[in-house]
Design a protein around this ligand. Structure first.
Ligand code: AHR
Length: 512
C-alpha cells in the first residue's frame, strides 16, 4: 500500500480519536465542602421482607445469627461502611408506637401493618433490636418518629428512653430491659411524608406541628439531636418554602426530600428486568432529574438559609418498579439490574456535587425491598449491582469535593438527548484522589482526557462495574454476573489522565 495513504489514514484516526475525547478539568476550590459520609445512608422499614425475613430471621434459619439478627448481612453492610440506617419507616413510622416494641418479646402487643399488606406485626424487632443491629454494623441509627398518629409526649419519651443517662423512670425502664448506657442517637426524623401517609397535613399545619414536636425533643449530655423535618416529595416546592419560612433555622438540622425514579408512572411502574432501550433511556433521564430537583429545592433553601446551615436530606430515593411476578404486591420486592447500578452511581455523583447542601441521604431500601443492596431467599443471599456501587463509592465518604468541569457527550434516543457521562471526584485525608465515572450510554464507549492542573499524582488504580446489558442481574443461580473487577483502561500522559469508559459502566479510579 502507498506509504502516503497509510500515514494519512493513521493521522485521520489519531485526530478523530483526539476529537472524540471529552475534555475534563479538575481543580480544588478554596472553600471546597466535605462530602458527608451520611449521604451513603440506607433505609430499613417494617415493609415486606426488609426487617422480618431480612435483617431479623427465624430462630431456626441455618445462618450465623446474633439473637435473630442475620450476621452475613451485617458483614456485607460493614464492608461497604454504611454510615447510617433509617428505621422504622417510611409510612410505617407514623403508625408505630415504640412502647409496643420493648420488654419481653412474648408480652409485646401485636398490630396489623396497614400500610404494607395488613400482615401481623409481632413487634419482636423493636428499639433494642434495631440499635443492636446498628451497633453490630457500626452504623449510626436514624430514628423516624411518629407524628401522624402519635403524640408529642410519645416522641419526647422515646428520645428520653434512648438517650437519657438519668435515673428517670423511662431511663430506668431501658435499664430493666437490658440496656444500661444510653445509645445517644443523634438523627431523629420528625414524621415522614406528613403531606401523605404521615398525616395528610398541609405544609403550614405540619410546620407548626414540627415546632411543637421539636421543642420537646431534648438534647442529652452526649446526644445533641439532629432533627430532620419531614420534607417535600419531588416537585412540591411550596412544601420546602413553607418549612423554611416558618421553622426557625436553629430548630432543625435538616429538611428531607423524597424522589423515586419510576420507569413509567405510579399506575404502571414497569418491570425491573424486562425493558428495552427506549425504556432504559427514559428511566435514566428521570433518575438524572435528581440534579434539577436538588438545585431547585436548594435555591429555595438558600433564600432563607444562605449559609447552608440546614441540610437537605434525601432520605428516600431509588428506582421503584413492579414487584417480581408471583410475589406479594404490598411487599415491594424487585430485582436489581445494571440499570439500578447506573442510577445509584449517577445519583451518588449528583449528591457528591451538591455536598454543600446535601448532607444525608437514604436509599430505599436495604434488604429485599425496592432498590435493595441485598436480596435473600431462605439461607441464600445475593449482593445486587447497587450494593457494588456503594462498595466502589465508599472512598468518597468524608473526603473533600474536587470540582470537575466538562461537557458530556450526548446519549441519544430518538429526538431526546441526555448526558452520557457523569462523574465526581474527591480527595481523602491521605491526599489520594478518587474519581467516579459513569457511562450510561448503552452502545458507545467514551474516552475522557482529564487535566488535573495543580493536583499531582504518580500512578493510578481502577475498578469497574459493568455488564453485557442494562438488564443484566445477579440471581440466586448466578450471583456474580454483575460484580466489581480490576480496571486498566486508562493511561497517564504527563499530568493528564486518559480513560476509556466502556458502555454501561461505573469506573472508580484512585490516583496517588
Ligand atoms: O419506601 C417505601 C415508601 O415510600 C415509604 O414507606 C414511604 O415513605 C414512601 O412513600
Amino acid at each position: 500500500m502507498n506509504k502516503k495513504i497509510v500515514v494519512a489514514a493513521l493521522l485521520v484516526s489519531l485526530v478523530s480519536n483526539v476529537w472524540s475525547q471529552t475534555k475534563m478539568t479538575m481543580y480544588k476550590k478554596a472553600d471546597a465542602p466535605q462530602i458527608s459520609r451520611h449521604i451513603y445512608g440506607h433505609f430499613s422499614e417494617h415493609l415486606g421482607r426488609c426487617i422480618y425475613d431480612g435483617f431479623w430471621v427465624s430462630d431456626t434459619l441455618g445462618v450465623p445469627k446474633k439473637d435473630r439478627i442475620r450476621l452475613d448481612i451485617v458483614e456485607a453492610l460493614k464492608k461497604i461502611k454504611i454510615p447510617n440506617l433509617r428505621w422504622p419507616g417510611g409510612c410505617f413510622a407514623d403508625e408505630y408506637h415504640w412502647r409496643d416494641g420493648i420488654g419481653p418479646r412474648d408480652k409485646r402487643p401485636r398490630m396489623v401493618n396497614t400500610n404494607w399488606g395488613n400482615v401481623t406485626e409481632d413487634n419482636s424487632f423493636g428499639t433494642h433490636e434495631f440499635l443492636e443491629l446498628c451497633t453490630l454494623i457500626g452504623t449510626e441509627p436514624y430514628l423516624s418518629a411518629n407524628v401522624g398518629s402519635g403524640t408529642v409526649e410519645e416522641m419526647n419519651k422515646w428520645v428520653e428512653y434512648v438517650n437519657s443517662p438519668s435515673s428517670s423512670s423511662v431511663a430506668q425502664l431501658r435499664k430493666q430491659n437490658g440496656q444500661d448506657k444510653p445509645w445517644n442517637v443523634q438523627f431523629w426524623g420528625v414524621g415522614n411524608e406528613s403531606w401523605g401517609c404521615g398525616g395528610s397535613m398541609t405544609a403550614d399545619f405540619y410546620a407548626d406541628q414540627y415546632r411543637r414536636y421539636a421543642t420537646y425533643c431534648r438534647d442529652y449530655p452526649d446526644a445533641t439531636l439532629k432533627k430532620i423535618a419531614s420534607g417535600a416529595s419531588d416537585w412540591n416546592f411550596n412544601w420546602t418554602e413553607t418549612l423554611m419560612k416558618k421553622i426557625p433555622l436553629d430548630m432543625m438540622w435538616g429538611v428531607s426530600l423524597h424522589y423515586y425514579t419510576l420507569p413509567f408512572d405510579w399506575n404502571k411502574k414497569g418491570s425491573a428486568t424486562v425493558f428495552d432501550e427506549p425504556i432504559y433511556f427514559t428511566t435514566m433521564q428521570k433518575a438524572l432529574r435528581m440534579d434539577e430537583l436538588i438545585t431547585k429545592h436548594s435555591t429555595i433553601m438558600d433564600r432563607y438559609d444562605p449559609n447552608k446551615k440546614v441540610a437537605l436530606c434525601v432520605d428516600e430515593w431509588g428506582i421503584w418498579t413492579d414487584v417480581e411476578p408471583g410475589t406479594n404486591p404490598a411487599f415491594l420486592y424487585q430485582q436489581n439490574s445494571m440499570r439500578d447500578a447506573l442510577i445509584a452511581a449517577s445519583t451518588l455523583n449528583i449528591f457528591n456535587k451538591h455536598a454543600d447542601r446535601v448532607r444525608l441521604a437514604n436509599l430505599a431500601q436495604a434488604i429485599n425491598v425496592l432498590q435493595a443492596l441485598i436480596l435473600t431467599k431462605g439461607r441464600e443471599m445475593i449482593l445486587t449491582p447497587t450494593y457494588h456501587v456503594f462498595d466502589l463509592f465508599k472512598v468518597h465518604q468524608d473526603a473533600t469535593l474536587l470540582e470537575l468541569n466538562f461537557t458530556s457527550p450526548d446519549y441519544q434516543s430518538g429526538t431526546q438527548k441526555i448526558p452520557a457521562v457523569n462523574a465526581s471526584a474527591s480527595q481523602d485525608s491521605t491526599g489520594a484522589i478518587h474519581i467516579s465515572f459513569v457511562n450510561i450510554d448503552a452502545n458507545k464507549a467514551q474516552t475522557i482526557r482529564l487535566s488535573l492542573n495543580d493536583l499531582k499524582w504518580n500512578g493510578a488504580t481502577g475498578e469497574i462495574l459493568t455488564a453485557p446489558a442494562f438488564n443484566s442481574v445477579n440471581s440466586f443461580e448466578k450471583p456474580n454476573q454483575v460484580s466489581i473487577t480490576g480496571f486498566s483502561g486508562f493511561k497517564k500522559e504527563g499530568n493528564e489522565l486518559v480513560v476509556t469508559l466502556p458502555k454501561l459502566s461505573v469506573v472508580v479510579l484512585t490516583l496517588k
